[in-house]
Design a protein around this ligand. Structure first.
Ligand SMILES: NC(=O)c1ccc[n+]([C@@H]2O[C@H](COP(=O)([O-])OP(=O)(O)OC[C@H]3O[C@@H](n4cnc5c(N)ncnc54)[C@H](OP(=O)(O)O)[C@@H]3O)[C@@H](O)[C@H]2O)c1
Length: 246
């Protein structure tokens, strides 16, 4: 895909990976709209990246997703790239007692939202040149994490959906791309939980360069190994990772 000349909507675009992608699209000459739930965080992102447009929206809500589509296509009729990046990661034991709404929200943010937003935006994107939907999954889509079982399942589901969507849209102007991050040093799951991850800028430089070169599914480091691994290699990587958490 071309990184410049687009109008790009990034869910969760004010922090972490989303912010790093926003910076690179802006740098390449695209218009970028970042959205998320926290107005103050969106404002900070705008200060960091002059020219960034922002919108408060909770992608866990179907009504807000529809309102986002209506607003974005009205205000930015040339919008041609949707990046489904917003996500949360909750560490839990399945037998823990907690309200079902907590688990439902993780599924809604990580999986329902990208599926719903794809359906909402495809009719608009079909009319645009150089259109793309970019889904941000995870290396954990390939190696189920016992410490975050719902998270891993949502990412595996999103990986599967991305491949199916790419096939369905193969004869349209819309490219369907997937970014598969490894552990990246962001605040995902809470401050300090991912400090062991790779630096976000190094990761973003690599994946964006590869998308620009025409690749459809890109990982980095361990997630690149995992997305290409055999079943035996995946089983070994899953066992090694999960042994650190049991
Ligand atoms: N960091 C990693 O190690 C890693 C590894 C693999 C995959 N990923 C994936 O990369 C993506 C970005 O995560 P990150 O690492 O950059 O973490 P992050 O900094 O916590 O970013 C998550 C973003 O999603 C937004 N968000 C969460 N819930 C939302 C909701 N209901 N509605 C709208 N926005 C929402 C957050 O903003 P608000 O809280 O303001 O809404 C935040 O900007 C996620 O999909 C994550 O699963 C990350």
């Amino acid at each position: 895909m071309n990184l410049g000349g687009n109008t790009v909507l990034i869910t969760g675009g004010a922090t972490g990976i989303g912010l790093a992608l926003a910076a690179r699209f802006l740098q390449a000459g695209s218009t970028v709209i970042a959205m998320g739930r926290r107005a103050d965080v969106l404002q900070q992102a705008q200060q960091q990246l002059p020219g960034l447009h922002t919108r408060v929206c909770d992608v866990a809500s179907a009504e807000e997703r529809t309102a986002l589509r209506d607003w974005a296509t009205r205000e930015f009729p040339g919008l041609n790239v949707l990046v489904n990046n917003a996500g949360v990661q909750r560490r839990l034991q399945v037998a823990d007692e907690e309200a079902w709404s907590e688990r439902q929200a993780e599924i809604a943010i990580n999986f329902e939202a990208p599926v719903h937003l794809a359906g909402l935006f495809v009719p608009h994107l079909r009319q645009q040149a150089g259109a793309a939907i970019i889904n941000v999954t995870s290396g954990l889509a390939f190696t189920p994490p016992t410490f975050a079982p719902i998270y891993g399942a949502t990412k595996a589901a999103l990986h599967s959906f991305t491949i199916a969507l790419r096939h369905q849209l193969r004869d349209t102007s819309i490219e369907v791309l997937e970014i598969v991050p490894p552990a990246v040093n962001t605040d995902l799951g809470g401050t300090g939980l991912h400090t062991f991850g790779v630096p976000v800028n190094e990761f973003a430089d690599s994946v964006m360069a590869r998308l620009a070169a025409g690749e459809l599914e890109v990982g980095f480091g361990t997630s690149e190994e995992r997305r290409l691994a055999s079943r035996a290699e995946l089983d070994a990587a899953t066992a090694a990772m999960n042994s650190r958490f049991s």
